[in-house]
Design a protein around this ligand. Structure first.
Ligand SMILES: *Cc1c(COP(=O)(O)O)cnc(C)c1O
Length: 715
């Protein structure tokens, strides 16, 4: 039975459909659109108003609407079908894990991440890292891995993006009400709520642990906004990546050290510890401390725990790798190193980095030294990471540095449009979802008639255009402006999407290098193009905000207006709508700074080919027939030259390859056969190889099982 703290506040639900509440408290619904439909159909307007949040919805919904649903045979039929699917999922005995590893009963994987992108109604993610973590947890559930995830709840979430009249981004923080999210206070074996303690300078901080059910696995999220923390400490976990470095190190202490303590208090006994990015690397120190307290020397303790630890590095951008000044480490850890039996200098040595900006304590160095299993997130990124951290391995050449690579993937059910899922159900065979990573299954895509795939894709595009127009109207209403009546976006024309964080290396304004050329391309008679942009800049990244402002203002210029739009608040809902609805996904980072990228995988899965720089995952995926490659696979010493060359290449592709193929050679029924060929090739080549299923199977085989003492290590 689920314990519902706020039960009393719900609208009473008729007995026949009472399990809607249980369903709301298992995030399984986030990747089952048919489960979301059960709520939406009861009151579509409220579903939008509550931003697709079933817990909130059940608190707000009118009694008579619930009664009407409970009396509607058609509704009950759908309800029963969803509950049956849910029950059979939760109760399944034959699973991926039991099939592949029948003798691994002792394995338990603890997965730490600073952010989790599970759904737009739970805004505790900022971008790619969080989305990847969320997808990772969902897939761990689908494969029935012995898995538990640990992170923060951030009661004020990540910021909501607003733009003012000039297109300047400002941040809005909305408090997450715990009664409105599927949070369940975690209880220890004695039935007490779990609050963990971590020492900070001059005080103890307390973090309360909440449990979220994600299908078959649990996600534990900590919250410091509780009594008896000081007001300042209560703010500590308020926001993701908010505050200064002191706040950041405090957060990371609670994540790494508090996270281990939370697992212990709840009776978990992990045999594998996975640090997803360096934010949680302090867990290495806590695991050593536990052993030193039992009389083991620090050296031996470190050797022992390393064999169980896994670390994934995610960025080749130096600022993305946390490093703290030594005086700050001293302030936070002077009480900790004696517990490890170390002196100050010995302690600093564990993660000392003197390569850049003077000596610092580097979380990536700590994570690498504290784990035997490490990986980057694409082949190219693995290579770059081996060069970046070569100094930690004296005497080894770049190729010998023990950082492997496992390329990212996306959780298929989360990102696939329901309309396409129906199509795939019809053509890929009954068990396609059990074999998501099998290329043979996806070859059947070619059996879908061109006009059927085209019609579905046109429908998805039309939905996206309606979604975009509504978002833009809402933006104007918010600013108390007239909603423009000029035509905005046109049905049927080639539509290109660009959505990502506005970090400068992603070069959101590359398309605008030569405005006249762009105007020509956008308005070419018979072959027009339109663009949909979205993306957030980090609240402290003014150059990123200037990029947003540039796009926003350029989109109003004569010759571009109506054909270029910028959508506020890039979140998972916008990400879904865009990757499912555009014709082409554009990605033009400055090579080689994109570690992997995953949004393009979502687009391809939905039949929208990529037009991308050969960076991150794309060099592995691009085969000449499944999309387009911008520029060359080379390094530049001059960034202006790189930008100019890449822009020229992009214009050339848009004009001669992409638009021509989209508009030319249509059948009598107006179906672009040559175009559909690229769509199908993009689905068949990307969907299996860049699925989260393939990624997690690689993690299990190459990292998790060896770390758990089953099977041998590779690197
Ligand atoms: C997929 C996704 C990302 C990550 O995509 P990149 O290709 O790494 O930029 C970021 N934000 C949202 C909302 C997403 O859906």
């Amino acid at each position: 039975m689920i314990r519902l703290e706020h039960e009393i506040l719900f609208t009473p639900i008729p007995e026949r459909i009472a399990r809607l509440r249980e369903l709301a408290y298992n995030l399984w619904w986030t990747w089952h659109p048919e489960a979301q439909e059960l709520y939406r159909q009861i009151d579509p307007d409220l579903w939008e108003l509550d931003y697709h949040n079933p817990v909130d919805f059940l608190r707000d919904v009118r009694q008579r609407k619930l009664d009407a649903a409970a009396a509607d045979p058609a509704y009950l039929k759908r309800f029963d079908a969803v509950m049956k699917a849910f029950d059979s999922y939760m109760g399944a005995k034959k699973t991926w894990f039991s099939k592949h590893h029948p003798n691994a009963k002792d394995v338990q994987i603890a997965y730490f991440s600073a952010e989790f992108g599970l759904h737009e109604s739970l805004p505790i993610y900022s971008g790619g890292l969080g989305i990847l973590s969320g997808d990772h947890v969902k897939e761990a559930s689908d494969m029935a891995l012995p898995f538990v995830a640990v992170g923060f709840i951030y009661p004020q979430g990540y910021f909501r993006q607003r733009l003012d009249h000039s297109g300047w981004q400002f941040a809005e923080y909305n408090k997450i009400n715990f009664a409105d999210v599927p949070a369940i206070p975690a209880l220890d074996p004695d039935g007490h709520e779990v609050v963990v303690e971590v020492e900070l300078p001059g005080r103890t901080i307390y973090a309360k642990v909440y449990k979220f059910r994600v299908g078959r696995v649990e996600l534990l999220l900590m919250d410091t906004d509780i009594h008896p923390n000081s007001p300042q400490d209560r703010e500590l976990s308020a926001r993701l990546y908010g505050g200064d470095q002191e706040m950041r190190i405090s957060q990371e202490l609670v994540l790494g050290i508090g996270g281990v303590r939370a697992l212990r208090r709840l009776g978990f006994t992990p045999t594998v510890w996975h640090m997803n990015e360096g934010h949680s690397a302090f867990l290495v120190l806590e695991l050593c401390r536990e052993l030193v307290a039992q009389g083991v020397s620090f050296e031996d303790a470190l050797q022992q725990i390393k064999t169980q630890c896994v670390f994934t590095t995610h960025t080749p951008v130096p600022a993305g790798n946390d490093a703290f000044p030594l005086p700050m480490i001293e302030k936070f850890f002077w009480n900790f190193w004696p517990q490890l039996g170390l002196t100050r200098d010995e302690f600093m040595q564990i993660a000392l980095q003197e390569q850049q900006w003077g000596p610092t304590f580097a979380m990536t160095a700590l994570a690498l030294r504290g784990s035997d299993f490490h990986n980057g997130v694409s082949k190219l990124h693995g290579h770059v990471a081996r060069g970046m951290w070569q100094w930690l391995y004296p005497g080894k050449s770049q190729d010998e540095v023990p950082i492997a690579s496992i390329t990212n993937g996306v959780h298929t059910a989360t990102w696939l449009a329901p309309e396409l899922r129906e199509l795939y159900n019809a053509y890929l065979g009954k068990t396609w979802e059990d074999n998501l990573d099998d290329p043979k299954v996806w070859k059947k895509i070619y059996q879908i008639p061109d006009e059927v795939l085209w019609t579905t894709r046109q429908k998805l595009k039309s939905q996206l255009l309606a979604f975009a127009r509504e978002r833009i109207a809402a933006h104007h209403r918010h600013l108390h402006q007239h909603v423009p009546t000029d035509p905005l976006l046109e049905e049927g024309i080639l539509t290109i999407g660009f959505a990502r964080r506005f970090a400068t290396y992603k070069r959101a304004t590359l398309l605008f290098k030569d405005i006249e050329r762009l105007k020509y391309l956008i308005n070419r008679p018979g072959k027009p193009i339109q663009f949909i942009f979205a993306g957030k800049a980090h609240p402290k990244d003014d150059p990123g905000k200037h990029f947003i402002q540039d796009v926003y203002q350029l989109a109003r210029q004569p010759g571009l207006a109506g054909r270029i739009v910028f959508l506020e608040e890039y979140d998972m809902a916008v990400g879904r709508a865009m990757t499912q609805g555009v014709d082409v996904w554009l990605n033009n980072p400055r090579r080689p700074y994109e570690a992997s990228g995953t949004s393009g995988m979502k687009a391809s899965l939905n039949g929208a080919p990529n037009c991308s720089i050969l960076d991150g995952w794309w060099p592995e995926a691009y085969n000449g027939q499944n999309g387009w490659a911008i520029g060359e696979e080379r390094e530049y010493s001059n960034q202006d030259e790189q930008d100019w060359n890449d822009a020229q290449s992009l214009y050339y592709l848009l004009e001669h390859e992409i638009a021509n193929r989209f508009y030319d050679g249509r059948t009598d029924a107006d179906v672009p056969t040559a175009w559909i060929q690229v769509c199908k090739e993009s689905i068949a080549s990307v969907a299996p190889a860049f699925s989260m299923r393939r990624m997690l199977a690689d993690y299990v085989r190459e990292l998790y099982m060896p770390a758990a003492g089953h099977g041998s290590a590779k690197g």
